[in-house]
Design a protein around this ligand. Structure first.
Ligand SMILES: Cc1cc2nc3c(=O)[nH]c(=O)nc-3n(C[C@H](O)[C@H](O)[C@H](O)COP(=O)(O)OP(=O)(O)OC[C@H]3O[C@@H](n4cnc5c(N)ncnc54)[C@H](O)[C@@H]3O)c2cc1C
Length: 294
């Protein structure tokens, strides 16, 4: 690693001031699970490392209609939180599927979003759920929908001097159900070959789809929405042919890379399979929810 200054601010304002002082030469570190590897590989060589670990107030999970998870909430915190499990169980389930428990104890939500790696799992479910990212700089605060946050491979909407402070997840609507599936044929703690999340909201009849959102990971330069598949579902009742058609449509949204987890062609085919499955599960969950509370 290169030599660097190490700063450990105790407040958000202090952290933002340090970032202002060093500009693009500073890098924040949260869990360090991604950044330390990148520094060892000399992919990034910051002049100053700003640890967020002691910054107060960024580690809370709060109910605000939906949920607000602070940037320093770890994957393990989110996985085991009774609030997350009760309000948005698909989110707890998604965090449970990340890597190993050791990684989940270190990795943070802010780090997962800012890292911008399209192979990560939580961004997929957060995208399907319609989450927004809360961002602060020394001068301003802004909130960016996740649909606009991921720009390219490891590139996000964050500007120099900005920090992710939280992610806000809206409450799932009435008569809705959600699911997350991760296809990983190698080992249980690997990154996905294809990851898929969906939320389906039913009409008052509890049968036809009012709205569906489908998100995918590991099949493009960013996590992405399969809008062509979503467009087929409005007003329709669930059926095997509809799930198949949605899966086929989703293939047009993806642009996977060939790597050791599979060829691009294989990942495209598995996209169709996973979209059909995740939609089927989300739809079932929505139906149960509509029956319990019409
Ligand atoms: C062995 C291994 C297996 C993994 N498997 C999976 C997996 O199966 N699924 C999955 O989803 N992920 C997986 N990961 C990735 C892991 O989830 C990410 O490394 C982690 O989410 C990054 O969070 P962090 O807090 O450690 O970030 P850090 O490493 O601290 O930082 C990552 C990047 O984000 C920036 N950053 C951090 N916090 C903020 C903030 N609040 N505001 C602005 N910028 C910030 C840093 O400057 C850096 O550029 C794996 C990682 C490892 C090492």
């Amino acid at each position: 690693m290169n030599d660097f200054d190490y700063r450990s601010p105790r407040s958000l304002d202090e952290a933002l001031a340090i970032l202002g002082e060093y500009g693009e030469d500073a890098r924040v570190v949260a869990g360090g699970t991604a950044l330390v590897t990148m520094m060892r590989q000399r992919l990034v060589q910051p002049r100053c490392l700003v640890s967020l670990r002691d910054v107060q107030g960024l580690g809370r999970i709060e109910a605000n209609g939906g949920l607000r998870l602070g940037a320093l909430v770890t994957h393990r915190d989110a996985e085991v939180s009774p609030l997350v499990q009760e309000r948005i169980p698909v989110l707890a389930e998604t965090f449970r599927r990340v890597a190993t428990v050791r990684i989940r104890h270190m990795a943070t939500i802010g780090g997962a979003l800012a890292h911008g790696d399209p192979n990560q799992d939580p961004p997929v479910t957060l995208l399907a759920l319609g989450a927004t990212v809360n961002i602060r700089s020394a001068r301003a605060a802004r909130e960016v929908p996740l649909t606009e946050f991921f720009r390219d491979y490891y590139e996000t909407a964050l500007e120099p001097g900005e920090l992710v402070t939280a992610v806000t997840v809206p409450a799932p609507p009435a008569r809705s159900g959600a699911a997350f599936l991760k296809f990983l044929p190698r080992t249980a703690d690997d990154y996905a070959t294809v990851a898929a999340a969906a939320i389906v909201t039913l009409e008052r009849d509890g049968v036809r789809c009012r709205e569906a959102r489908i998100a995918l990971g590991s099949v493009g330069v960013t996590p992405l929405r399969a809008t062509s598949a979503e467009a087929l579902l409005g007003g329709q009742p669930l059926g095997e042919s509809l799930l198949q058609a949605a899966g086929e449509a989703a293939k047009t949204a993806v642009d996977p890379l060939t790597d050791h987890r599979g060829s691009a062609a294989y990942k495209r085919e598995m996209t169709a399979v996973m979209v059909g499955r995740v939609l089927g599960q989300a739809w079932e969950a929505a139906r149960r929810s509509a029956q319990a509370r019409p």
